[in-house]
Ligand binder design. Structure first.
Ligand SMILES: Nc1nc2c(c(=O)[nH]1)N[C@H]1C(S)=C(S)[C@@H](COP(=O)(O)O)O[C@H]1N2
Ligand SMILES: [Mo]
Length: 577
């Protein structure tokens, strides 16, 4: 903290904050927990998607037999004759495969690898998908976790599952803090590459490869599909024109799946979803998460099919096109393709180990790359008030419960001796009893809670607006942050705390809540007092708040990252997205 004029006494709870490692140490980390193979719910039945493998294999064999017999039919033969595969109306491309196309193709492949792995890691932190905004157990349509146990408190963190380090980034369990830095930072690079790709496509003749100009693409795609399935492939003219099936699948990938992924990703954020008002309410976070995942499966299927076709339809010619930029019988492309693959495999292998070893560096780099976006988004005003009908029947509990004599005592006496201390860089330090707070103006709001892990829930919150507290204690001009101290420790020992920019404390929907859904706040959800700050993710909303301290800087608190999860789990101190 820089020297304040007359250094005020600091909050005594500072001493109970703990330092944290700059890397993941397995003996300090959440114990592993295996999930189950992904299941899909159809009606009341949960079906293991592993069945998809033999079914797909059988379907493929049937498809081959079907396509071969179809081609013996006169009508099909003449259909293929009139629609050989490449739409007649498709104009040809004269510029071959220019260097920028090859480079962007490689970068795209490289970035997607990290984005998809990190995305899976994020999903593994709440391994269930829903369509409705509430995440009531049993309403999920997809999961790789067992049903929610009913005989005990089962927090969202309990629900997270381990991913192998070769699959997720960085693998392990509940590492989404680090995975999000990868996901968002590489997304930014992928987006820049994508925008440059669009621009170059349309400023050259290359767009003609991908954009079908007439409906003829559909019969052409059907014809190509029958020819491939019969294992008697159509003539390849890929240097100048793609066939209908290529054109259709590339178009969907580039112009449908990619934009949908970006939009559905952004709309899972509290700041963006809330700022969009009715639109964010309609396309709720869980629906967006589900569509985001469906787009991901499209990419997986596309990559597998596209990769297989590259090999099956002539690896030498195909790599000459996309990695060599030539259309001849040379061996120019293949070695370059192998080099590209080696780079990819090496990056694949080191991504998780370096993330585990240099976790703090990954956090800092991520904050450097996309922290500015987080800063902007935090300023947006939440415009998403919901109605009583929207209140979720179930609200996941999360975090580490208080486990102290002090809290047990407070709970037993119904918090009569509870005092909220507000101190630090303020003109008037104050203590508030629960009765004092209840006597102040009450603000009620019905909002969606967005947990970083992926679940959401709607509740009505009642409490005191933070701006009213600010008006009473009057933070000095040096005060830049508000630190919230909890009565509870965090999972790795040391007190739970979190830091907010003071601007965020003046937001219309930032309150200290003592009521949830019209009843006094339960111990599980943060009694006697919890923070609600609707443009941020759930972990920023400290439960069981006991003290608020206004400070100039937070570098000397805990491990200096601006909060318990920021210190111990490598989250960002601003996470409105
Ligand atoms: N003291 C404390 N506050 C906490 C946590 C915690 O572990 N300790 N978890 C946070 C997280 S990650 C979330 S999502 C919300 C969960 O609030 P809920 O239990 O009411 O759903 O509380 C936040 N506040
Ligand atoms: Mo959370």
């Amino acid at each position: 903290m820089s020297k304040a004029p007359q250094s005020p006494p600091t909050e005594p709870l500072r001493a109970s904050l703990s330092d944290a490692d700059d890397r993941i140490r397995l003996n300090h980390w959440m114990p592993p927990q295996q999930g189950i193979f992904p299941h899909i719910r159809i009606g009341q039945r949960w079906i293991n998607t592993l069945w998809g493998l033999p079914i797909a294999a059988a379907a493929l064999l049937c498809l081959i037999a079907l396509a071969q017999s179809l081609r013996e039919l006169h009508s099909v033969a003449s259909f293929i004759q009139s629609h050989p595969g490449i739409a007649q109306s498709a104009p040809s491309v004269d510029s071959g495969f220019p260097w920028w196309l090859q480079l962007q193709h490689f970068l795209n492949m490289f970035f997607m690898l990290f984005i998809m792995r990190a995305g899976l890691q994020i999903l593994a932190d709440h391994p269930r998908l829903y369509w409705r905004r509430d995440c009531t157990p049993g309403t999920d349509w997809f999961r790789f976790q067992v049903p929610v146990p009913k005989d005990r408190i089962w927090t969202a963190k309990d629900d997270s599952v381990t991913l192998p380090t070769w699959l997720g980034i960085p693998g392990l369990r509940h590492t989404l803090g680090l995975a999000r830095w990868w996901h968002f930072s590489i997304n930014l690079l992928w987006l820049i590459n994508g925008i440059a790709f669009y621009a170059l496509l349309f400023s050259t003749d290359q767009w003609r490869r991908l954009v079908p100009l007439t409906w003829e693409v559909f019969p052409a795609a059907l014809s190509t599909a029958i020819q491939y399935a019969s294992l008697n492939f159509p003539v390849d003219e890929g240097w100048t024109r793609y066939n209908g099936l290529q054109q259709f699948s590339y178009f969907v990938t580039v112009f449908v799946a990619a934009p949908i992924s970006i939009l559905t990703g952004l709309m899972q954020s509290p700041a963006i979803s809330n700022a969009l008002g009715w639109f964010g309410r309609l396309l709720n976070r869980q629906a967006m998460r589900s569509v985001h995942f469906i787009a991901f499966t499209w990419f997986v299927v596309f990559i597998l099919a596209h990769g297989a076709m590259v090999f099956i339809t002539g690896i030498r010619q195909n790599t000459n096109h996309m990695f060599g930029g030539v259309n001849d019988a040379s061996w120019r492309g293949l070695p370059l393709f192998l080099v590209a693959m080696a780079i990819l495999v090496a990056a694949w292998l080191i991504a998780s180990p370096i993330t585990i070893r240099y976790a703090r560096l990954v956090q800092r780099t991520g904050a450097f790359m996309i922290g500015w976006l987080m800063e902007i988004a935090e300023g947006w005003d939440p415009r998403s008030q919901l109605t009583k009908e929207d209140i979720s029947p179930y609200f996941w509990p999360n975090g580490t419960m208080p486990n102290s004599k002090e809290f047990d005592h407070l709970l037993a006496e119904n918090f009569v001796s509870y005092r909220l201390r507000v101190s630090g860089l303020v003109e008037e330090s104050r203590e508030f009893s629960l009765a004092d707070l209840r006597a102040m103006a009450k603000q009620e709001q019905i909002t969606t809670h967005f947990c970083i892990q992926g679940w959401s829930g709607v509740a009505e919150w009642g409490g005191v607006a933070m701006r009213d507290i600010l008006d009473l204690v009057k933070p000095t001009p040096e005060a830049r942050y508000a630190v919230f101290y909890s009565l509870a420790d965090g999972a790795d020992g040391g007190r739970y705390y979190d830091v907010h920019g003071i601007g965020n404390m003046r937001h219309a929907l930032t309150i200290l809540a003592y009521e949830m859904n019209g009843a006094p706040l339960s111990a599980l959800h943060g009694a006697p007092l919890r923070l609600r700050c609707e443009n941020e993710l759930g972990f920023k909303m400290v439960k069981w708040v006991t003290a608020i301290e206004f400070v100039h800087d937070f570098a000397d608190l805990g491990a200096g990252q601006g909060g318990y999860n920021e210190d111990h789990e490598f989250y960002g101190y601003r996470m409105p997205i």
